[in-house]
Ligand binder design. Sequence first.
Ligand code: THU
Length: 137
Amino acid sequence: MDKKELIKEAFLARSKSYSPYSNFSVGAALLAKNGTVYQGCNIESASYTPTNCAERTAFFKAVSEGVTEFEAIAVVGGKTGATTDYCAPCGVCRQVMMEFCNPKEFKVILAKNEDEYKEFTLEEILPLGFGPKNIFG
Ligand code: THU
């Protein structure tokens, strides 16, 4: 699975975004180490707080299927119907990534389209992150 394909999957995920309150549609494609891709979109709620980000939707789909080892995630997002700018994961989603991913190895790909993207490690977007290693050593 190359980066362009993963970005394409993120755009497919974005097309399923349920975001009538913010009109901000986000899609994520999470690549597991076993090669499976999990798509996630943001899912909003009339009472707002239950809203789930695209990235966490993808992680929770994978983990609930028994998959807990990951290589990379591609994220695309922006105002619904408009061209997308880079959409960086929120702090809560970064923390969920920290739970399951090696911060020095896991790649976070932020894309405007299949040709324009930026790539970071989890450690770069969550320096000094707190995770399972802090508890279990
Ligand atoms: N959102 C995501 O899905 N991922 C992000 O990384 C940032 C924000 C969603 C949450 C909410 O549905 C909408 O974008 C506006 O905040």
